[in-house]
Ligand binder design. Structure first.
Ligand SMILES: [Ca+2]
Ligand SMILES: [Ca+2]
Ligand SMILES: [Ca+2]
Length: 585
């Protein structure tokens, strides 16, 4: 995909012409250059922008370049790229266009350019919906310490000694009890949006997702989803199917979620479900520390995961921004991608971060979008207290937020799989005993929540993100030590989530009618309440009441391609969904 874009760009180089013009920035807070990719700006055009009026992608791109380079010098080799290639007539394309991600472009300016002034300039244009730096993303890495096979206290805590400390019995997620109900279904896909996964690790290999429609290594996008040879996931940052772990972080997440149980090797993950590796961190140089990722890459990873059919996405990373520097709304392309996941009913498990921020006041992304499909996780320790430095409760290591962070889950000294090879936290040993390590942090906590979400989805295959989240939150063990810090006041409990009794509505959709001229979708049914969403294919549109049993959603033609049957259902805010009706325009 990327190669094609570059070819297209090469053809267009002649179009860059205008010289840079210096401008003085009036912004009070200048951006910290360490927080974004040098010279890169993400811009989203309005849907009626003149640059988008051509149906031809090359022509559109040329016009975007012209627009962007009016006052500033774009770099010549990759001056403007679409965030995601527009493939209108497949499922991926409709997910992309559903939230306008086909109108988002990554612009690369000369690195000496004053980006504050570029952004100010772009924001002043009538055609621009938003413009911002391409912020960097960091995985919440905590270096592992020595492996110890004695126990996985997070799953079953019997009061064992952990390092120099004594654990509290039952400060665990009750995985052993939960496994009496289910050990997880292989039809549930959990995307690990991360640094890659060691897919041949002996404790992971059999729980890695295989794309049934893709023939490996033939250079052809056999299943026509827009990604060539994506058999075991994809590397969306580098634009190739190599998902090997370049940092070691994603492999830890994968093991926590779904390491193989009862195989006489290593550890047990929470759920025997399928891991979909979606690498968005890019290798920048030959040094093992040379890797990076941006908001653009992270947004691509979420779209890929949704299109590939994941029902849960583990997002154990956050924007690099220090909360004091963060404007109220930022990383907006990532927000669009989270919206796309929300539309599709895909659960996004997010971290509260490892810096002790109170997210009620400090913004970190994606956690701070606070959308219905997001669950935000803090780290607790083996005594069921918030993760804190040794011998002192303050300040906390774990992020928290009594109004913004949903629950805590074990995140201290938790054993998981370790990637093999050359990467910052990889093992180079030939001894399989070294292919495990302990890790700390909210990344770990989020992965355990993703594992529990997979268990719940295994028991309730029809659950969407909202229902999965409600069961997980209803199932927590409420603990006095956690109550001041998280919304539920509790720690993850797998057994509790499986057994939680929740009530939700059962809206009924009786018929649908599309009036193409005005792009109006009328929905008729009962039990539909205020705030309902019309889910068309995998994109959501607000459904407004027009009388007692009639609802109206404004749905563009692109969501209902002529001659293609599309499933339409209604989703109430409590997560209750109607049966779908298939409509062909
Ligand atoms: Ca493919
Ligand atoms: Ca292929
Ligand atoms: Ca195992």
């Amino acid at each position: 995909m990327r190669r094609l874009q570059i070819l297209t760009l090469a053809v267009l180089l002649c179009l860059i012409s205008v010289a840079p013009r210096a401008r003085v920035s009036a912004r009070k807070h200048r951006l910290d250059p360490a927080t974004y990719a040098p010279g890169e700006v993400i811009v989203k055009l309005k849907h009626d922008a003149s640059a988008l009026s051509s149906p031809d992608q090359s022509e559109r791109l040329a016009r975007v370049k012209t627009l962007a380079s009016q006052n500033h010098q774009l770099v010549s080799d990759r001056g403007a790229e679409p965030l995601l290639s527009f493939v209108a007539d497949n499922a991926t394309g409709r997910i992309i266009s559903g939230r306008g991600l086909d109108r988002v472009f990554v612009l690369t300016f000369d690195p000496r350019t004053d980006l504050d002034s570029v952004i100010e300039d772009l924001r002043s244009r009538g055609d621009v919906e938003y413009a911002e730096p391409n912020y960097r993303i960091k995985p919440s890495i905590v270096l592992p310490n020595d492996p110890d096979f004695a126990s996985q206290w997070s799953l079953l805590n019997q009061g064992q000694v952990i390092g120099d400390f004594l654990a509290t019995p039952n400060a665990d997620i009750k995985a052993y009890s939960a496994w009496d109900t289910t050990v997880g279904s292989s039809s549930v896909i959990v995307a690990v949006s991360d640094t890659g996964v060691d897919i041949t690790h002996p404790d992971l290999a059999r729980n890695i997702y295989t794309n049934p429609g893709e023939i490996p290594g033939n250079g052809i996008d056999d299943d026509k989803n827009g990604f060539v040879d994506d058999v075991h996931g994809y590397s969306v940052g580098d634009g190739n199917p190599d998902v090997s772990d370049i940092v070691g972080h994603g492999t830890q997440m994968a093991g926590l979620i779904a390491a193989e149980i009862n195989n006489n090797v290593g550890i047990a993950g929470v759920s025997q479900s399928k891991i979909l590796p979606v690498r968005f961190f890019k290798k920048l140089g030959s040094d093992i520390g040379d890797y990076d990722a941006t908001v653009a890459d992270a947004a691509r990873s979420l779209v890929y995961a949704v299109a590939a059919g994941a029902s849960i996405i583990n997002a154990s990373w956050r924007t690099f921004l220090a909360p004091d520097d963060v404007p109220q709304e930022s990383a907006l392309a990532l927000k669009d991608a989270v919206s796309a996941a929300n539309d599709a009913g895909v659960l996004l498990v997010c971290i509260a971060g490892n810096e002790g921020f109170n997210l009620d006041y400090s913004k970190i992304y994606p956690a701070s979008y606070q959308m219905p499909n997001q669950i935000v996780v803090a780290a607790s320790d083996y005594n069921d207290e918030m993760w804190h430095p040794p011998f002192s409760q303050f300040p906390l290591n774990s992020g928290f937020g009594p109004h913004t962070v949903d629950l805590a889950a074990p995140g201290v000294s938790v054993l998981s799989t370790r990637a093999r090879g050359a990467c910052p936290t990889c093992s180079t040993s030939d001894n399989p005993a070294d292919w495990y390590s302990r890790a700390d942090g909210t990344s770990v906590s989020a992965a355990l929540v993703s594992g529990v979400a997979a268990l719940v989805k295994s028991k309730y295959p029809d659950d969407n993100a909202v229902l999965l989240k409600r069961r997980i939150l209803a199932g927590v063990d409420v603990l006095a030590a956690l109550s001041p810090y998280v919304i539920t006041g509790g720690r993850l409990n797998a057994d509790g989530a499986l057994k939680a009794v929740i009530t939700f509505s059962h809206p009924e959709l009786t018929s649908v009618k599309y009036k193409g001229g005005g792009e109006k979708l009328f929905l008729y049914g009962t039990g539909i309440v205020k705030g309902a969403t019309a889910v068309v294919g995998r994109t959501g549109f607000p459904a407004k009441a027009k009388g007692s049993d009639k609802f109206l959603a404004r749905v563009p033609k692109s969501a209902l391609p002529s001659g293609t049957p599309v499933s339409i259902k209604l989703r109430n805010p409590d997560g209750g969904e109607s049966q779908p009706i298939t409509l062909t325009r």
